[in-house]
Write a protein that binds this ligand. Structure first.
Ligand code: CP3
Length: 346
């Protein structure tokens, strides 16, 4: 496929709710630890070194394209690179996950955060250029960023959290401070996504992974409003934006108000029901429970076919998981799933 033809790719057609002969497939965390080839690289570098070295980020981005034959590549990076560029002292430890050594908890911490950080994120633009040379027009490249609420939760908690206690205390006891922090992250996120567009991505996904922790009213005030602002400020004529959150089966009606092209849906919902309730022109992405990929191949086949039969005749459907692939899912199960999807015809 030539560069000019990328707009005709299955993935971009489905993202813009045009008809396709089968659903396109990509999977969140498709470039990761379930692949032996990932470990060959990971054993030599830290995760952040991998993200910050364009040639290595490109090598990892290409793994699922070359080994799985996936219909879209996703930039190898992390949602927390924006927070690091703002001044977060970020590290990733195996088995622990992300940590910020300097959590953001008071006015002075918020004031210290930088908001002009494009220079510090130039390595991402460089990686995108290398990846597009490698892809050579074969499949579209998805860029991404974390949504302000989800990024804020890592900065405030200092890492991953089960209950988001400190983040919720901040929004409930000090809403103005929370808004200052969210506004700073939102500003950086707009610049960062526009930097990715300028560098050549073909689509974008906004990850609001932990929005499900919020009540309806808090989601509106502390998450949705910022996501809407971000989406409205992107220079993105032919670049679809996918809005993801765990909890989209609850928040989809609000998410639709932000005018994304695609809403990525978790596995709690019936995908067709969600799609029918959305305004025409918003595609859906999802929504297989990633745990299905642990199961026997006949179960994988039955569940994927069940989902596809449900969505038969619908334009605007991208196959994905409800959340990322777990690191111990067998590689050959993922490969089997992709092959099955690519054989399917509406
Ligand atoms: O999807 C892809 O293949 C592209 C790369 C990608 C990564 N992280 C690589 C990664 C993407 C899109 C992300 C997004 C991300 N990062 C999210 C949103 C998606 C989601 O899962 O909800 C979140 C919440 C993060 C934050 C993050 N990064 C956590 C909590 C962790 C540790 C947990 C874990 O899975 O290890 C990471 C580390 C991370 N990001 C790894 C990878 C491949 C593992 C790094 C390693 O090899 O040790």
């Amino acid at each position: 496929m030539s560069e000019n033809n990328i707009q005709n790719s299955l993935f971009l057609r489905a993202a813009f709710s045009k008809s396709t002969e089968r659903p396109p497939v990509w999977m969140m965390r498709q470039a990761g630890r379930f692949m032996p080839e990932y470990w060959e690289i990971k054993n030599k570098y830290t995760f952040l070194e991998m993200c910050k070295t364009p040639e290595i980020a490109a090598d990892v981005t290409m793994l699922p394209v070359n080994l799985l034959g996936i219909d879209a590549a996703i930039l190898f990076s992390d949602i927390l690179v924006t927070a690091e560029a703002m001044g977060g002292d970020l590290s990733f430890t195996q088995g622990v996950g992300p940590k910020f050594a300097n959590p953001v908890r008071n006015q002075a911490d918020v004031d210290k955060l930088l908001t002009e950080v494009d220079d510090k994120l130039q390595y991402v633009a460089d990686a995108i250029k290398v990846i597009q040379q490698r892809l050579n027009g074969s499949v579209p490249l998805i860029g991404f960023a974390g949504a302000p609420f989800t990024v804020m939760s890592y900065l405030v908690e200092g890492g991953s959290s089960k209950d988001f206690k400190l983040t919720k205390l901040l929004i409930h006891n000090h809403p103005e401070l929370a808004h200052q922090l969210l506004a700073k992250i939102a500003k950086v996120t707009v610049d960062y996504l526009n930097l990715q567009i300028n560098a050549g991505v073909n689509a974008l996904q906004l990850f609001d992974s932990w929005a499900l922790a919020l009540s309806w009213d808090d989601y509106k005030e502390f998450s949705h409003n910022y996501n809407t602002e971000i989406i409205s400020k992107l220079n993105r004529k032919d670049i679809p934006i996918i809005s993801f959150c765990k909890g989209s089966s609850v928040f989809a009606p609000l998410m639709a108000e932000s005018n994304p092209d695609v809403i990525s849906v978790d596995w709690n919902a019936d995908l067709l029901d969600i799609k029918k309730k959305l305004p025409a022109g918003i595609a859906v992405q999802g929504n297989l429970d990633p745990h299905i990929l642990y199961a026997d191949k006949k179960v994988i086949k039955e569940r994927i076919h069940r989902l596809f039969e449900r969505m038969r005749g619908q334009d605007g459907f991208i196959f994905n998981l409800g959340h990322g692939i777990m690191p111990d899912i067998p590689f050959d199960h993922v490969k089997y799933a992709v092959e099955l999807i690519k054989e399917f015809r509406y």
